[in-house]
Design a protein around this ligand. Structure first.
Ligand SMILES: Nc1ncnc2c1ncn2[C@@H]1O[C@H](COP(=O)(O)OP(=O)(O)OP(=O)(O)O)[C@@H](O)[C@H]1O
Ligand SMILES: [Mg+2]
Length: 366
């Protein structure tokens, strides 16, 4: 729950439904398409909210997801059925981001959230007890502490489960009844919670974690999976980084530094080449480091660079402002990543036209 006394602009990271409240209201106003029960917007309006566009009344809706519209349509359509949605993908492919925006646009709140870890208890999916009250009153409705999933069922909203595959399998199984029967029995009170129309679950899981706690096939059958891919090309990735960096610089109230398209393009190029193991022209093979070099890392490299440029630099983003954060993002393992990085620097960066300053800045901090 957010503190109502604290203005959205004061918060370091307002929830999607607060940060984009104006867009949601504008969409609601023009949305004349059929809405599933308790949905704040129609599926069409939800996809417009995610992909961006201009409304008939001239309101600009910003693009939250940059990629294939079809993926968002499938995700939204799934949530209108009795199947839950699983967003799957490698780190940094906007799974959590999309899940938050879906919940904000559909239910008006993205806060019914279970963060999956190896220590997530069953109470996080079912319910727990306030022990002081339990001892004083015994098991009464007042002593029960509902989980976010239970609250979502009772109010017909979306519950989000982050990193589903990190949750121990026996705890994951608590979801099976919820998803197939749409009820949550409370034997202690001799009652059950029946899900209200509008309830559904969005889970995210990381591709790389596969095998940590694989989804049981019983649970997997209750989900429709949408795989979020890495950005298709440099242009898409540059757009993702540029938009998010501008948003972040805004919330962090960094002094104005013109977002440097050239530096963003260079960081994105370096990351894409290292990730794919070959240069953009397809001519030179490079070693891939162990680090995940996703758009999310590029965003943080550029943001750190902007902070350096604003507070200690020339006020214009320079290669030397991004070099330190970039090397830090690439070299996670001091031995093997270092080898891959040095090779990239010497074989690729050194000889590229226009990269001389970048090359020496990286040499200095490597
Ligand atoms: N296709 C995309 N469109 C828009 N933003 C994107 C896209 N891909 C990545 N991003 C941005 O990358 C950042 C990281 O995304 P997010 O945290 O949602 O990744 P994730 O898939 O949940 O990763 P993890 O597996 O590490 O949890 C977000 O700020 C998001 O805006
Ligand atoms: Mg995530």
């Amino acid at each position: 729950m957010s503190d109502p006394m604290l203005l959205a602009e004061e918060r370091l990271r307002p929830h999607a439904e607060e940060a984009y409240a104006a867009e949601l209201v504008a969409l609601e106003a023009v949305d004349d398409k059929p809405r599933p029960p308790r949905w704040r917007l129609s599926p069409w309006a939800v996809v417009t909210y995610l992909m961006g566009g201009t409304l008939p009344d001239g309101t600009e809706i910003s693009a939250k997801y940059i990629g294939a519209r079809r993926l968002m349509e499938v995700a939204v359509a799934t949530l209108a059925t009795d199947r839950a949605l699983l967003l799957l993908g490698v780190p940094g492919t906007a799974k959590s981001w999309v899940s938050e925006h879906l919940a904000a646009a559909i239910s008006g709140s993205s806060t019914l959230l279970v963060q999956g870890t190896s220590g997530t208890p069953e109470e996080a999916i079912r319910y727990g007890w306030n022990y002081a009250k339990l001892l004083a009153e015994g098991p009464t409705p007042g002593a029960l502490v509902p989980s976010p999933v239970m609250t979502a069922m009772e109010s017909g909203r979306l519950a989000r489960i982050e990193e589903l595959t990190r949750i121990p399998s026996d705890v994951q199984d608590a979801l099976i009844t919820v998803l197939s029967e749409k009820t949550l029995p409370i034997p202690e009170l001799g009652r059950e919670v029946q899900a209200v129309k509008g309830f559904n679950v969005i889970a995210t899981a990381n591709d790389r974690d596969r095998g940590v706690n694989d989804l049981s096939s019983a649970l997997r059958r209750r989900f429709n999976t949408v795989v979020l891919p890495l950005p298709a090309d440099v242009e898409d990735e540059v757009r993702i980084v540029t938009t998010r960096v501008a948003d972040l610089a805004d919330t962090l109230e960094l002094p104005d530094v013109p977002a440097a398209e050239d530096e963003i393009r260079r960081v994105v190029t370096v990351f894409r080449e290292l990730r794919s193991g070959v240069t953009a022209d397809g001519r030179t093979a490079v070693k891939s480091p162990s680090s995940t070099l996703s758009a999310a890392e590029a965003i943080s490299v550029i943001t750190s660079g902007l902070a350096l440029a604003a507070h200690f630099g020339t006020g214009v983003l320079q290669p030397s402002d991004v070099a330190a954060a970039l090397v830090g993002a690439v070299v996670k393992d001091p031995v093997s990543d270092k080898v891959a990085w040095t090779e990239y620097l010497e074989v690729v960066a050194r000889n590229r036209t226009g990269w001389a300053e970048f090359y020496s800045a990286c040499r200095e901090v490597s």
